[in-house]
Design a protein around this ligand. Structure first.
Ligand SMILES: [Zn+2]
Length: 197
């Protein structure tokens, strides 16, 4: 799957390159008290600590970003928050993150759900990914009901009305939707491996 492309680059010789194999950013960061996060942000170690931002030696294993942030316990990816040196077991099943997406084409928006947005969008003609929202079919149905007045026929496409535009803007919060998605993926990976968030 495309969003896991970074996993393919994982190799044992790179694990712990900077901090050693026993380094655990998540467990170290969980003891740090009272980090502030904007409302709606997933819990990410070190969020709110505006440390030095610099290029990482190698791309983040979760999202592929090369932007890193210096935290008290070490370096973390500035995009998804994954800690540099934190091991990802390539033999374990990857976590599933269901999202509701808002995909614009012209003046219409498709509201749908997927756990593999890159693959899904490859099959959908569109102009722009506007936002993601954590949720599965239940959330998708709720959003279809919320914006039923803007629905184009019986399709999953909706007129980009001021109300829908405001909803999407609130979800996106001015952030790159893919950065938000990468954070959720990193959080799911931490949960799957039993780490603290
Ligand atoms: Zn990352």
């Amino acid at each position: 799957m495309a969003q896991y492309a970074a996993f393919a680059a994982l190799s044992a010789r790179n694990v712990g390159r900077r901090f050693g194999p026993s380094f655990s950013c998540a467990s170290t960061m969980s003891s740090a008290p009272g980090r502030l996060r904007p409302p709606g942000w997933p819990t990410v170690p070190g969020w709110g600590h505006h440390g030095t931002v610099d290029a990482l030696e190698s791309p983040c294993r979760v999202c592929g970003s090369r932007s890193g942030e210096r935290l008290e316990a070490g370096w973390a990816c500035a995009v998804c928050g994954w800690c540099v040196g934190e091991f990802i077991d390539p033999d374990l099943p990857l976590p599933r993150v269901d999202v509701v997406y808002y995909l614009r084409r012209g003046s219409s928006v498709k509201i749908g759900t997927t756990f593999n947005p890159r693959q899904r969008f490859a099959a959908l003609a569109h102009d722009e990914v506007l936002a993601f929202e954590l949720g599965d079919r239940t959330m998708e149905r709720a959003r279809h009901a919320d914006f039923s007045e803007d629905r184009l026929g019986t399709s999953e496409w909706f007129d980009l009305s001021p109300r829908l535009r405001a909803h999407i803007a609130a979800l996106a919060g001015g952030r790159d939707p893919w950065d938000v998605h990468a954070r959720w993926l990193a959080d799911a990976l931490r949960k799957a491996r039993g780490g603290s968030l």
